[in-house]
Every structure is written in C-alpha cells, then in structure tokens.
Design a binder for this molecule. Structure first.
Ligand code: AMP
Ligand code: MG
Length: 479
C-alpha cells in the first residue's frame, strides 16, 4: 500500500504536534463508505479491504505520517490550555486534481492530549457526523467530509457500553482558531508567524502577494466565517458546540457533536442539551461567530496592526448581514430584494415562529406558491391562513414587481429550499438499526440526503415533519 502524501503540516516541527500511530480496532467491519468522495480524492486506488484496514487504524499507506495536532481554545467562554487531538489523528496530507486533502481518523486511540478520555469514538456519534457532513455538503454548506466508518466489538464506556468506531474525515485543513490561540498564549510568537505563513501558503493563496499577507489573511478568515454562519442561519442548522477549537480556519463546518437542524421555527432553539444557558442557541450563532473571531484576532494581534483587527471584526458583521440577506431573499424567490425591504422575510419569520411552523417544509411549500393564491394554498398555513393573508398580499406585490416568470422563480427557489434535511429522528432510526448490525436504513438515508433539492417521489415520508416522539430528542454530548 503506497500513496503520494506530502504531509506539509509535519514539516512545521514538533511544537505543532505529536507524531504517533493509531490504536487499531480489532476485527474491524465496514459500516458505510462514501464511494463518490473516495473516488474524487483518488483513494479508489485502494481496494475495499485496504480501505477497511486504513479506516480502522490497522494499516496505513506508506508515506502517511500520523500525528496528533496540538491546539487550545475557548470552551463555553473559558480558555482551556489542555486541548489537542485527543481521539483523532491527522493521518496524512496530499493533493489530487488541484485540491488539498487532510485525512483525519477520528476515534484513533489515546494521544498526549486525551486528558481523561479513552481516545475512542462510538458508532452513534460517527454516524451522526457522517450523515451531517454529507447532508451539509449536498445542501451547499462548506463542511469537512466523511469518507467512511468502521466499527468493532471493542467495548467503550459512555452512558452505556457502546462499540469503538472510527470515522475517516476529509478536509482541506484541520487548523482551528484554537491552533493559533495555542501559540499565542504560550508565547511562541515565531511559531505563530510560521503557522500564519503556512496557512496562507496552503489555504489563503489569494493573500500571498499582498502587502501585508497576514492582515489580508485575517480579513479573509473573517469573511469566510461570516459566510458560513449566514448559511447555517438560512438553512436552520445549529452547530451546538461553537468552541474556538471547533472553528475551522478555512470556514468549514467542523467537529460535529450534538448539532441539530431546526424543525419548528424557533430562534431560541438549543440542540445541545448540556448547553444549560443556551450559549450556542440557534439565534446566538452569529454573535458567537463574532466572539470567536475576536479570540482569533487576539491570537493574531502580535502580527497584525490595530486597524486590521478592527476591520476584521467589521468585515465579519458586514459580510454576515449581506450574506444572510442574500440567502433569505433567494429563499423567498426575490434574490434582488432591496436591503430596505428585509422586513418582508423578517416578518415572515415572526409569523412562522408564532405558529410553530416547520421551517424546511414551509419554505419548500413556498417554492411552489402561485401569485395571488394566498396563504391558504400553503399546506402548513391552512389552519391559520387568515393570519398570514396580509403578508401574502405584500408578497404578491413584490412578486409582481420582480417581473420574473413564475416557473423560473419556482425553479430558483427549489434550488435553495431543500425538501430533505437530516432530522434528528431520521438519524436516530438509522443509528438504532446500525447498532443492531443492520446498515440498510443508514444507506437509504444517506442516498436521500445526497439530493436534498430533488423531489424524490419515492421518499416523500422522509420530507415530512418529525413524528411527535422525534420532535424533542435529547442528543447526548458524550460522543
Ligand atoms: P470535542 O467536544 O469533540 O470538540 O472535543 C473537545 C476536546 O476533547 C478535544 O481535545 C478532543 O480531542 C477531546 N476529546 C473528546 N472526546 C474524547 C475522547 N473520547 N477521548 C479523548 N479525548 C477526547
Ligand atoms: Mg472538537
């Protein structure tokens, strides 16, 4: 087994990581592979058995350089100096067809940064990460990808005994806000500069020839973060644990835990039931992105000037507002809506909040709306149609002024208002079956989530609101 790795992160030196091998899973079994992405990244040179060995830490291709990355970060507002890859390893880096790839094996065993943890992941959390990262990718939201899951009979203690499992993750980078915070707070400022130069060289190439590349990089990172969070808000996704060690520097959704797609529209939605004060509630995400960016800018402060520090924070706010406005305007089929008319979608959100309407179902239904038909033509609104009529009158006015053909508007809206999202209860059924050794439902759900905007007539039931038992599932943080 050999593969052309370049492992440039390893070249940064020992301040940045600890090199070590994974602790293999005994008698590994394939749970699910992402064949499309295995092919796209060139990893299809390996056969199924080789991939099972690789994805379970039993063997790795010649040229790989497994290492645990060191980072720190702010968790729930408090600085924690003891973080790092505690149960995952950067297995190797390569480029293929012009894209950069980091292979990260989650659940790969204990590392010097494991603290009290066992270094393992379980089937439940690996499936949740696999499904969510693929669902977000196919919705068009930047995210790490999932390549495959293997599991074993090795027992792991959580609230009950579960099966030790590994997830092979793929991303352009595994550098976090916390990677910079670590070097800043340990006064390794030369190393901090080295990490910035590395990040620019590999991930922010557009900044390399600027007058002050590190300043440009800070602005660009602010921009990417704002765009990402605007997408979460528009699609109703809550990350759940937005600590700075879970913020990717390249603006990808990163480190999935007790995340959730909002179902009934509720801005105060808290998906992580350990988040007692709602620090990471759905409607707090934009402000938390800002808070986290401040932590990043603080870490970069020895290398960028004061004006840039302020500009980065302003950039974040401006980009967020602009991106969110553009997304919400497109969701109501008025992509050129003037910012002064943003009340149109804000009022709509107030209405659907008041009537506890399913966010995804509502916008999908709206994507079929015929001008003049009024609220009664939207399934979800029928019982309260009268309350919504004033809004629809206003909406009709905007639609008629837009001059866009109805069929074109419907088509545009159906490309931004998904029919299928990963509802917690759907993941839960797939997980329960998988825990009994039956992976069929997991595969079915995965295939559906690959085409979230398609009608998929044969899978209508997956587009429906959750049944009552599935509406308020408590997702455990102990993954
Ligand atoms: P997370 O909440 O998954 O972002 O993890 C926060 C920190 O805890 C990171 O440093 C992880 O590597 C570490 N960690 C989480 N779970 C485990 C585990 N089972 N064993 C060792 N370290 C862990
Ligand atoms: Mg993490």
């Amino acid at each position: 087994m050999s593969f052309k790795f370049n492992n440039h992160y390893a070249d940064l030196g020992s301040a940045f990581y600890t090199a070590l091998d994974p602790t293999p899973l005994p008698n590994p079994e394939k749970v699910i592979f992402n064949d499309d992405e295995i092919k796209n990244s060139g990893l299809d040179v390996f056969n199924k058995n080789e991939l099972i060995s690789f994805f379970s830490g039993n063997a790795y291709p010649e040229g790989a350089h497994p290492l645990a990355m060191k980072y720190t970060g702010h968790q729930f507002g408090y600085y924690n100096p003891d973080l790092g890859d505690g149960r995952g390893l950067l297995m190797g880096q390569f480029d293929y067809n012009g894209s950069l790839y980091d292979l990260h094996l989650k659940g790969a065993g204990r590392t010097p940064y494991s603290r009290m943890g066992d270094g393992r992941a379980v089937l439940r959390s690996s499936i949740r990460e696999f499904l969510a990262s693929e669902a977000l990718h196919h919705l068009g939201i930047p995210t790490t990808r999932a390549l495959g899951i293997t599991t074993s009979d090795e027992p792991v203690r959580r609230e009950s005994i579960e099966r030790a499992t590994m997830l092979m993750r793929l991303s352009d980078s595994h550098i976090r806000f916390g990677s910079f915070e670590y070097l800043y707070y340990t006064d390794q400022h030369d190393e901090l500069e080295k990490l910035c130069e590395y990040t620019i060289k590999h991930h922010f190439r557009e900044c390399i020839n600027d007058n002050k590349p590190i300043d440009s990089f800070a602005l660009s990172a602010a921009n990417k973060t704002a765009q990402l969070i605007a997408k979460w808000q528009a699609f109703g996704f809550a990350h759940g644990v937005l600590n700075t060690d879970n913020m990717s520097i390249t603006g990808h959704t990163f480190d999935y835990g007790p995340y959730g797609f909002m179902e009934q529209y509720d801005p105060y939605y808290i998906c992580n039931h350990s988040d007692d004060h709602g620090r990471y509630a759905f409607n707090k995400q934009p402000a938390i992105g800002y808070w986290n960016l401040q932590a990043l800018i603080q870490a970069l402060s020895p290398l960028i000037n004061k004006e840039t520090q302020l500009e980065a924070l302003e950039t974040y706010q401006e980009t967020f507002l602009k991106s969110y406005h553009n997304l919400m305007s497109a969701k109501i089929g008025l992509p050129n809506l003037n910012v002064d008319d943003k009340n149109l979608y804000q009022d709509l959100l107030d209405y659907i909040e008041g009537y506890k309407i399913d966010y995804t179902c509502f916008f999908r239904d709206l994507s079929h709306y015929k001008m003049g038909d009024g609220a009664g033509s939207i399934d979800n609104l029928k019982p309260n149609a009268r309350e919504f009529e004033p809004w629809f009158k206003q909406y009709d006015g905007h639609l008629s002024n837009s001059g866009v053909l109805e069929s074109a508007r419907h088509q545009q809206m159906q490309q931004i208002n998904p029919k299928y999202i990963l509802r917690n209860y759907l993941a839960q059924i797939a997980i329960q079956n998988a825990e009994q050794g039956d992976y069929e439902e997991l595969h079915t759900l995965y295939e559906i989530l690959k085409k979230p905007y398609a009608e998929q007539e044969e899978h209508q039931s997956y587009a429906k609101e959750s049944p009552d038992w599935g509406k308020n599932l408590q997702i455990s943080c102990s993954s």
